[in-house]
Design a protein around this ligand. Structure first.
Ligand SMILES: C[S@@+](CC[C@H](N)C(=O)[O-])C[C@H]1O[C@@H](n2cnc3c(N)ncnc32)[C@H](O)[C@@H]1O
Length: 281
């Protein structure tokens, strides 16, 4: 900005996120998680998400509409997977690719794990305004597709999380990344989420969430019944590939979700989770 133009005035104490493109989508998922955590008597507890949510000068509803619980349900399902893994590997390393403003570590921390966040430089810069790194918590400003971040993982049991990331990458990049993870982390685990092909196609044509916000293209869409064969085509010797559901919590989205699941032609065409275990040598 030119020195003659004063920066726009922000309400005192608030931070401007200053994000565009795919990095801005971290505010959409934060909106949905924090709003869920703010529900009286809700099951999703995340005071850190609420703190960050309320510290940003950003009109969430104008961009993304009324919050729904989708991303909180997704995050809670991944939390459960990580907690189970940590019972077996309490000193393990969790790597979260494209972590944005996720506060998953605080939700699952056992006091012993090591956590590595990898995100693009603008994502890490904003994250560090609220979530500083520490002795067991590291941040790396890097493209998840560039394997150099893998050198920063000490070894030992490793669980990789890619929540809200793979759909924004071309399929060839996801394939290459999964194959590299399988090679670099034998015995390691991976969890990621998917969007169905119809949703990917809509975003490629141009999909507005609200009149003020167009979703970035999601080039990688996959239906749940194609996941196992596709991943095993990419990496033939995967030890485990499992598709898991997460459900909308309530209201009309829950009803739609139920109708999809009850209709044989549609039940594989919902967003979902994939859990992968890489083979040991
Ligand atoms: C939808 S947000 C998800 C954020 C977080 N995982 C969550 O669930 O709230 C997508 C995130 O991916 C990050 N991202 C996009 N492309 C990336 C890439 N090539 N490498 C690393 N991070 C990337 C964005 O900066 C953003 O934080």
């Amino acid at each position: 900005m030119s020195p003659d133009v004063p920066p726009p005035k922000l309400p005192p104490g608030l931070t401007s996120p200053g994000l565009t493109g795919v990095p801005e989508t971290m505010l959409w998922t934060l909106h949905n998680r924090a709003a869920e955590a703010l529900r009286p008597n809700g099951d999703f507890h995340d005071p850190e998400a609420v703190r960050i949510y309320q510290s940003l000068a950003y009109d969430y509803e104008r961009h993304f509409g009324r919050a729904d619980g989708s991303h909180a349900m997704r995050a809670a399902a991944i939390d459960a997977i990580l907690r189970r893994w940590l019972e077996r590997h309490p000193d393990g390393t969790i790597v979260s690719l494209g972590e944005g403003l996720e506060t998953q570590r605080a939700r699952v921390d056992n006091g012993r794990l090591t956590w590595l966040t990898v995100d693009l430089p603008e994502g890490i810069a904003l994250r560090e305004r609220f979530l500083p790194p520490g002795p067991r918590v590291r941040h790396l400003a890097a493209d998840a597709r560039d394997p150099t971040w893998m050198d920063a993982v000490a070894g030992g049991p490793t669980h990789i999380v890619a929540q809200g990331l793979f759909m924004y990458l071309p399929e060839a990049d996801v394939r290459q990344l999964v194959a590299t993870l399988a090679r670099r982390f034998p015995g390691g685990h991976l969890v990621f989420d998917t969007v169905p092909v119809w949703l990917s196609r809509l975003t490629l044509r141009g999909l507005n969430r609200t009149p003020h916000y167009r979703m970035p293209p999601m080039p990688f869409g996959i239906d749940a019944d194609r996941v196992a064969s596709t991943l095993r085509g990419w990496v033939p010797d995967l030890a485990t590939v499992e598709t898991l559901e997460y459900r909308m919590p309530r209201g009309l989205p829950r009803l739609m979700d139920t109708l999809f699941r009850l209709t044989p032609a549609l039940r594989h065409k919902l967003p979902g989770l994939v859990r992968v275990e890489f083979k040991r040598p």
